[in-house]
Design a protein around this ligand. Structure first.
Ligand code: FAQ
Length: 322
Protein backbone atom coordinates (compact mmCIF):
# COMPACT_ATOMS: atom_id res chain seq x y z
CA UNK A 1 0.00 0.00 0.00
CA UNK A 2 2.80 2.33 1.00
CA UNK A 3 4.64 1.47 -2.24
CA UNK A 4 1.65 2.34 -4.43
CA UNK A 5 1.33 5.61 -2.60
CA UNK A 6 5.01 6.44 -3.25
CA UNK A 7 4.69 5.55 -6.93
CA UNK A 8 1.54 7.69 -7.25
CA UNK A 9 3.33 10.56 -5.58
CA UNK A 10 6.33 10.24 -7.89
CA UNK A 11 4.08 10.05 -10.94
CA UNK A 12 2.16 13.14 -9.83
CA UNK A 13 5.32 15.16 -9.29
CA UNK A 14 6.70 14.10 -12.69
CA UNK A 15 3.44 15.13 -14.31
CA UNK A 16 3.53 18.47 -12.52
CA UNK A 17 7.11 19.05 -13.71
CA UNK A 18 6.13 18.05 -17.27
CA UNK A 19 3.19 20.48 -17.24
CA UNK A 20 5.41 23.22 -15.84
CA UNK A 21 7.77 22.70 -18.77
CA UNK A 22 4.87 22.77 -21.23
CA UNK A 23 3.50 26.00 -19.71
CA UNK A 24 6.99 27.43 -19.89
CA UNK A 25 7.05 26.76 -23.66
CA UNK A 26 9.81 24.11 -23.41
CA UNK A 27 10.24 21.66 -26.25
CA UNK A 28 9.90 18.01 -25.24
CA UNK A 29 12.52 15.69 -26.72
CA UNK A 30 12.40 11.87 -27.12
CA UNK A 31 14.44 11.04 -24.01
CA UNK A 32 12.52 13.41 -21.73
CA UNK A 33 9.94 12.03 -19.35
CA UNK A 34 6.41 12.35 -20.74
CA UNK A 35 3.00 11.03 -19.66
CA UNK A 36 1.91 7.86 -21.45
CA UNK A 37 -1.16 9.70 -22.72
CA UNK A 38 1.00 12.45 -24.31
CA UNK A 39 2.98 9.75 -26.11
CA UNK A 40 -0.22 8.02 -27.25
CA UNK A 41 -1.83 11.23 -28.53
CA UNK A 42 1.30 12.10 -30.47
CA UNK A 43 1.78 8.66 -32.02
CA UNK A 44 -1.90 8.75 -33.04
CA UNK A 45 -1.74 12.19 -34.63
CA UNK A 46 1.70 11.91 -36.25
CA UNK A 47 1.04 8.45 -37.71
CA UNK A 48 -2.39 9.54 -39.06
CA UNK A 49 -0.65 12.55 -40.57
CA UNK A 50 2.02 10.31 -42.15
CA UNK A 51 -0.62 7.96 -43.58
CA UNK A 52 -2.49 10.97 -45.03
CA UNK A 53 0.63 12.15 -46.85
CA UNK A 54 1.37 8.71 -48.28
CA UNK A 55 -2.24 7.95 -49.24
CA UNK A 56 -2.40 11.53 -50.56
CA UNK A 57 0.03 10.52 -53.31
CA UNK A 58 -2.66 8.36 -54.90
CA UNK A 59 -5.44 10.75 -56.03
CA UNK A 60 -2.83 12.97 -57.71
CA UNK A 61 -0.55 10.15 -58.84
CA UNK A 62 -3.45 8.98 -61.02
CA UNK A 63 -2.98 12.11 -63.10
CA UNK A 64 0.79 12.00 -63.74
CA UNK A 65 0.38 10.14 -67.04
CA UNK A 66 -2.56 12.35 -68.08
CA UNK A 67 -1.19 15.80 -67.16
CA UNK A 68 -1.91 18.16 -70.07
CA UNK A 69 1.72 19.19 -70.79
CA UNK A 70 5.31 18.20 -69.99
CA UNK A 71 5.62 21.18 -67.64
CA UNK A 72 2.49 20.14 -65.71
CA UNK A 73 3.71 16.55 -65.59
CA UNK A 74 7.05 17.59 -64.07
CA UNK A 75 5.37 19.79 -61.47
CA UNK A 76 2.92 17.08 -60.45
CA UNK A 77 5.59 14.38 -60.36
CA UNK A 78 7.68 16.51 -57.99
CA UNK A 79 4.66 17.24 -55.77
CA UNK A 80 3.73 13.57 -55.45
CA UNK A 81 7.34 12.72 -54.55
CA UNK A 82 7.32 15.48 -51.94
CA UNK A 83 4.24 13.95 -50.28
CA UNK A 84 6.07 10.61 -50.04
CA UNK A 85 8.99 12.42 -48.37
CA UNK A 86 6.62 14.07 -45.87
CA UNK A 87 5.29 10.63 -44.95
CA UNK A 88 8.85 9.46 -44.27
CA UNK A 89 9.75 12.47 -42.06
CA UNK A 90 6.57 11.90 -40.08
CA UNK A 91 6.97 8.13 -39.67
CA UNK A 92 10.53 8.85 -38.44
CA UNK A 93 9.16 11.41 -35.93
CA UNK A 94 6.63 8.83 -34.63
CA UNK A 95 9.43 6.25 -34.33
CA UNK A 96 11.22 8.52 -31.83
CA UNK A 97 8.24 7.84 -29.53
CA UNK A 98 8.70 4.06 -29.71
CA UNK A 99 6.21 3.30 -32.50
CA UNK A 100 7.58 0.95 -35.14
CA UNK A 101 7.19 1.56 -38.87
CA UNK A 102 5.93 -2.02 -39.35
CA UNK A 103 3.16 -1.56 -36.79
CA UNK A 104 2.10 1.80 -38.21
CA UNK A 105 2.01 0.51 -41.78
CA UNK A 106 0.16 -2.66 -40.71
CA UNK A 107 -2.47 -0.53 -38.92
CA UNK A 108 -3.01 1.43 -42.13
CA UNK A 109 -3.17 -1.60 -44.43
CA UNK A 110 -5.50 -3.50 -42.09
CA UNK A 111 -7.89 -0.52 -42.01
CA UNK A 112 -7.30 0.14 -38.27
CA UNK A 113 -5.67 3.57 -38.74
CA UNK A 114 -7.31 6.75 -39.93
CA UNK A 115 -5.99 9.01 -42.68
CA UNK A 116 -7.34 12.33 -43.91
CA UNK A 117 -10.82 12.13 -45.40
CA UNK A 118 -9.58 14.46 -48.16
CA UNK A 119 -7.75 11.53 -49.75
CA UNK A 120 -10.90 9.42 -50.03
CA UNK A 121 -12.58 11.59 -52.70
CA UNK A 122 -11.93 10.81 -56.38
CA UNK A 123 -10.08 13.23 -58.69
CA UNK A 124 -12.34 13.20 -61.73
CA UNK A 125 -10.82 15.90 -63.98
CA UNK A 126 -7.46 17.66 -64.36
CA UNK A 127 -8.99 20.66 -62.57
CA UNK A 128 -9.33 18.45 -59.47
CA UNK A 129 -5.52 18.24 -59.35
CA UNK A 130 -5.48 22.06 -59.20
CA UNK A 131 -8.18 22.09 -56.52
CA UNK A 132 -6.46 19.45 -54.36
CA UNK A 133 -3.27 21.55 -54.39
CA UNK A 134 -4.97 24.91 -53.88
CA UNK A 135 -7.51 23.81 -51.27
CA UNK A 136 -6.08 20.57 -49.84
CA UNK A 137 -2.50 21.74 -49.49
CA UNK A 138 -3.79 25.22 -48.64
CA UNK A 139 -5.73 23.77 -45.69
CA UNK A 140 -2.69 21.63 -44.84
CA UNK A 141 -0.42 24.70 -44.71
CA UNK A 142 -2.75 26.60 -42.38
CA UNK A 143 -3.11 23.61 -40.07
CA UNK A 144 0.56 22.65 -40.11
CA UNK A 145 1.94 26.18 -39.78
CA UNK A 146 0.08 26.33 -36.49
CA UNK A 147 1.53 22.93 -35.54
CA UNK A 148 5.08 24.25 -36.12
CA UNK A 149 4.87 25.45 -32.51
CA UNK A 150 3.89 21.98 -31.25
CA UNK A 151 5.55 20.96 -27.97
CA UNK A 152 7.22 17.80 -29.36
CA UNK A 153 10.60 18.58 -30.96
CA UNK A 154 10.88 15.88 -33.66
CA UNK A 155 7.34 16.62 -34.91
CA UNK A 156 8.05 20.39 -35.05
CA UNK A 157 11.28 19.83 -36.98
CA UNK A 158 9.58 17.51 -39.51
CA UNK A 159 6.82 20.09 -39.98
CA UNK A 160 9.28 22.89 -40.70
CA UNK A 161 10.39 21.12 -43.87
CA UNK A 162 6.89 19.97 -44.75
CA UNK A 163 5.33 23.44 -44.49
CA UNK A 164 7.81 24.96 -46.94
CA UNK A 165 6.95 22.36 -49.55
CA UNK A 166 3.20 22.44 -48.89
CA UNK A 167 3.18 26.23 -49.47
CA UNK A 168 4.77 25.63 -52.83
CA UNK A 169 2.14 22.95 -53.61
CA UNK A 170 -0.63 25.37 -52.71
CA UNK A 171 0.79 27.93 -55.16
CA UNK A 172 1.16 25.30 -57.85
CA UNK A 173 -2.47 24.19 -57.40
CA UNK A 174 -3.74 27.76 -57.43
CA UNK A 175 -1.76 28.49 -60.58
CA UNK A 176 -3.47 25.53 -62.32
CA UNK A 177 -6.85 26.94 -61.23
CA UNK A 178 -5.89 30.44 -62.45
CA UNK A 179 -4.96 29.06 -65.88
CA UNK A 180 -8.21 27.10 -66.15
CA UNK A 181 -10.40 29.92 -64.86
CA UNK A 182 -8.76 32.12 -67.47
CA UNK A 183 -9.32 29.56 -70.24
CA UNK A 184 -12.33 28.94 -72.47
CA UNK A 185 -15.86 28.18 -71.26
CA UNK A 186 -15.24 24.44 -70.86
CA UNK A 187 -12.04 24.94 -68.84
CA UNK A 188 -13.75 27.48 -66.65
CA UNK A 189 -16.63 25.06 -66.03
CA UNK A 190 -14.11 22.36 -65.07
CA UNK A 191 -12.42 24.74 -62.60
CA UNK A 192 -15.77 25.66 -61.02
CA UNK A 193 -16.78 21.98 -60.89
CA UNK A 194 -13.57 21.12 -59.05
CA UNK A 195 -14.09 23.94 -56.54
CA UNK A 196 -17.66 22.68 -56.00
CA UNK A 197 -16.39 19.15 -55.32
CA UNK A 198 -13.41 20.01 -53.10
CA UNK A 199 -14.63 22.91 -50.97
CA UNK A 200 -16.47 20.80 -48.35
CA UNK A 201 -13.75 18.09 -48.15
CA UNK A 202 -11.12 20.84 -47.62
CA UNK A 203 -13.12 22.31 -44.71
CA UNK A 204 -13.38 18.83 -43.18
CA UNK A 205 -9.59 18.52 -43.08
CA UNK A 206 -9.62 20.64 -39.91
CA UNK A 207 -11.56 17.95 -38.04
CA UNK A 208 -14.91 18.07 -36.25
CA UNK A 209 -16.16 21.29 -34.63
CA UNK A 210 -14.45 22.13 -31.33
CA UNK A 211 -17.40 21.00 -29.21
CA UNK A 212 -17.32 17.56 -30.92
CA UNK A 213 -13.53 17.06 -30.90
CA UNK A 214 -12.66 14.47 -28.22
CA UNK A 215 -8.86 14.86 -28.48
CA UNK A 216 -8.69 18.63 -28.48
CA UNK A 217 -8.76 19.51 -24.79
CA UNK A 218 -5.77 17.37 -23.79
CA UNK A 219 -3.93 18.06 -27.06
CA UNK A 220 -4.31 21.79 -26.51
CA UNK A 221 -3.40 21.60 -22.82
CA UNK A 222 -0.15 19.80 -23.65
CA UNK A 223 0.43 22.02 -26.70
CA UNK A 224 0.42 19.19 -29.19
CA UNK A 225 -2.13 21.30 -31.07
CA UNK A 226 -1.77 25.05 -30.67
CA UNK A 227 -5.05 26.29 -32.13
CA UNK A 228 -8.50 24.76 -32.29
CA UNK A 229 -10.08 23.02 -35.28
CA UNK A 230 -12.64 25.83 -35.73
CA UNK A 231 -10.08 28.65 -35.41
CA UNK A 232 -7.98 27.12 -38.19
CA UNK A 233 -11.00 26.37 -40.37
CA UNK A 234 -12.09 30.03 -40.08
CA UNK A 235 -8.57 31.18 -41.03
CA UNK A 236 -8.68 28.96 -44.12
CA UNK A 237 -12.08 30.30 -45.25
CA UNK A 238 -10.99 33.92 -44.73
CA UNK A 239 -7.79 33.39 -46.74
CA UNK A 240 -9.33 31.32 -49.55
CA UNK A 241 -12.58 33.11 -50.43
CA UNK A 242 -10.74 36.19 -51.81
CA UNK A 243 -8.50 33.87 -53.87
CA UNK A 244 -11.59 32.31 -55.48
CA UNK A 245 -13.10 35.75 -56.13
CA UNK A 246 -9.88 37.00 -57.69
CA UNK A 247 -10.17 34.39 -60.44
CA UNK A 248 -13.94 34.69 -60.85
CA UNK A 249 -14.91 31.39 -59.20
CA UNK A 250 -17.87 31.04 -56.83
CA UNK A 251 -17.45 29.33 -53.46
CA UNK A 252 -20.30 26.78 -53.28
CA UNK A 253 -21.87 27.96 -50.03
CA UNK A 254 -25.18 29.90 -50.05
CA UNK A 255 -24.58 30.98 -46.44
CA UNK A 256 -21.18 32.55 -47.13
CA UNK A 257 -21.24 36.20 -45.94
CA UNK A 258 -18.62 38.63 -44.70
CA UNK A 259 -19.33 39.34 -41.03
CA UNK A 260 -18.01 42.80 -40.19
CA UNK A 261 -18.38 42.28 -36.42
CA UNK A 262 -16.17 39.21 -36.24
CA UNK A 263 -13.91 40.32 -39.09
CA UNK A 264 -14.35 37.03 -40.94
CA UNK A 265 -16.78 35.07 -43.09
CA UNK A 266 -19.84 33.24 -41.82
CA UNK A 267 -20.20 29.92 -43.58
CA UNK A 268 -22.21 26.69 -43.46
CA UNK A 269 -20.95 24.37 -40.71
CA UNK A 270 -19.32 21.17 -41.95
CA UNK A 271 -21.31 17.95 -42.06
CA UNK A 272 -19.77 16.31 -38.97
CA UNK A 273 -21.66 13.04 -39.50
CA UNK A 274 -20.20 12.72 -42.99
CA UNK A 275 -16.71 13.56 -41.72
CA UNK A 276 -16.82 10.92 -38.99
CA UNK A 277 -18.43 8.32 -41.28
CA UNK A 278 -15.82 8.85 -44.02
CA UNK A 279 -12.95 8.90 -41.48
CA UNK A 280 -14.17 5.52 -40.21
CA UNK A 281 -15.13 3.78 -43.46
CA UNK A 282 -12.78 5.33 -46.03
CA UNK A 283 -15.68 6.82 -48.02
CA UNK A 284 -15.94 6.64 -51.80
CA UNK A 285 -12.39 5.73 -52.78
CA UNK A 286 -11.07 4.34 -49.47
CA UNK A 287 -11.04 0.73 -50.66
CA UNK A 288 -9.16 1.64 -53.87
CA UNK A 289 -6.64 3.66 -51.88
CA UNK A 290 -5.87 0.79 -49.48
CA UNK A 291 -5.73 -1.77 -52.30
CA UNK A 292 -3.22 0.41 -54.17
CA UNK A 293 -1.17 0.95 -51.01
CA UNK A 294 -1.16 -2.77 -50.16
CA UNK A 295 0.04 -3.59 -53.70
CA UNK A 296 2.83 -0.99 -53.40
CA UNK A 297 4.00 -2.49 -50.09
CA UNK A 298 3.91 -6.05 -51.45
CA UNK A 299 5.57 -5.20 -54.76
CA UNK A 300 8.31 -3.23 -52.99
CA UNK A 301 9.09 -6.00 -50.46
CA UNK A 302 12.02 -7.35 -52.54
CA UNK A 303 13.63 -3.88 -52.65
CA UNK A 304 13.46 -3.55 -48.86
CA UNK A 305 14.85 -7.08 -48.44
CA UNK A 306 17.71 -6.36 -50.86
CA UNK A 307 18.57 -3.08 -49.12
CA UNK A 308 18.59 -4.70 -45.68
CA UNK A 309 20.83 -7.52 -46.92
CA UNK A 310 23.19 -4.98 -48.50
CA UNK A 311 23.30 -2.92 -45.29
CA UNK A 312 23.98 -6.06 -43.23
CA UNK A 313 26.82 -7.08 -45.54
CA UNK A 314 28.35 -3.61 -45.32
CA UNK A 315 28.16 -3.68 -41.51
CA UNK A 316 29.82 -7.12 -41.47
CA UNK A 317 32.56 -5.92 -43.85
CA UNK A 318 33.16 -2.82 -41.71
CA UNK A 319 33.37 -5.05 -38.60
CA UNK A 320 35.92 -7.33 -40.29
CA UNK A 321 38.02 -4.37 -41.45
CA UNK A 322 38.11 -2.89 -37.92
N1 FAQ B 1 -9.91 12.88 -41.66
O1 FAQ B 1 -10.61 14.89 -31.74
P1 FAQ B 1 -10.39 15.27 -33.17
C1 FAQ B 1 -1.84 17.19 -45.99
C2 FAQ B 1 -10.51 12.01 -36.68
S1 FAQ B 1 -2.24 15.73 -45.20
C3 FAQ B 1 -9.82 11.72 -40.98
O2 FAQ B 1 -10.64 16.69 -33.53
P2 FAQ B 1 -7.59 15.70 -33.57
C4 FAQ B 1 -1.01 17.12 -47.23
C5 FAQ B 1 -9.38 12.22 -35.66
O3 FAQ B 1 -8.20 11.60 -36.09
C6 FAQ B 1 -3.62 16.14 -44.16
N2 FAQ B 1 -9.98 11.64 -39.64
O4 FAQ B 1 -8.92 14.84 -33.60
C7 FAQ B 1 -1.65 16.85 -48.49
C8 FAQ B 1 -10.00 11.57 -34.43
O5 FAQ B 1 -9.90 10.16 -34.56
P3 FAQ B 1 -9.23 9.19 -33.39
C9 FAQ B 1 -3.51 15.57 -42.82
C10 FAQ B 1 -10.25 12.79 -38.99
O6 FAQ B 1 -6.46 14.78 -33.89
C11 FAQ B 1 -2.62 17.66 -49.05
C12 FAQ B 1 -11.48 11.90 -34.56
O7 FAQ B 1 -11.70 12.18 -35.93
N3 FAQ B 1 -3.10 16.57 -41.88
O8 FAQ B 1 -2.19 18.20 -45.50
C13 FAQ B 1 -10.34 14.03 -39.65
O9 FAQ B 1 -7.49 16.48 -32.31
C14 FAQ B 1 -3.14 17.39 -50.30
C15 FAQ B 1 -11.90 13.10 -33.71
O10 FAQ B 1 -11.25 14.32 -34.13
C16 FAQ B 1 -2.84 16.24 -40.61
O11 FAQ B 1 -2.95 15.10 -40.23
C17 FAQ B 1 -10.16 14.06 -41.04
N4 FAQ B 1 -10.25 15.17 -41.76
O12 FAQ B 1 -7.77 16.76 -34.76
C18 FAQ B 1 -1.19 15.76 -49.21
C19 FAQ B 1 -2.37 17.36 -39.72
N5 FAQ B 1 -10.60 14.97 -38.71
O13 FAQ B 1 -7.75 9.25 -33.58
C20 FAQ B 1 -1.71 15.47 -50.48
C21 FAQ B 1 -2.15 16.92 -38.30
C22 FAQ B 1 -10.68 14.34 -37.53
O14 FAQ B 1 -9.64 9.79 -32.06
C23 FAQ B 1 -2.67 16.29 -51.02
N6 FAQ B 1 -3.35 16.51 -37.64
N7 FAQ B 1 -10.46 13.03 -37.70
O15 FAQ B 1 -9.81 7.85 -33.67
C24 FAQ B 1 -4.19 17.36 -36.98
O16 FAQ B 1 -4.00 18.56 -36.96
C25 FAQ B 1 -5.35 16.77 -36.25
O17 FAQ B 1 -5.12 15.38 -36.09
C26 FAQ B 1 -6.73 17.00 -36.94
C27 FAQ B 1 -7.83 16.30 -36.11
C28 FAQ B 1 -7.04 18.49 -37.00
C29 FAQ B 1 -6.76 16.39 -38.35
Amino acid sequence: MENTHTVDHEEASRLAEFERRIDNGDIIEPNDWMPAEYRRLLIRQISQHAHSEVIGMLPEGNWISRAPSLRRKLGLLAKVQDEGGHGLYLYAAAETLGATRDDMVAALLEGRAKYSTLMTYPTVTWADVGAVGWLGDGAGVINQTSLLRTSYGPYARALARICMEESFHQRQGYEIMCAMADGGGEQRRMAQGALDRWWAPALMMFGPPDDASPNSSLSMRWRIKRESNDTLRQRFVDATVPQAEAIGLRVPDPQLRWNEDKGGYDFTPIDTDELLRVAKTGGMAGLDRLTARRAAVEEGAWVRRAMLTHARKQRLAAGEAA
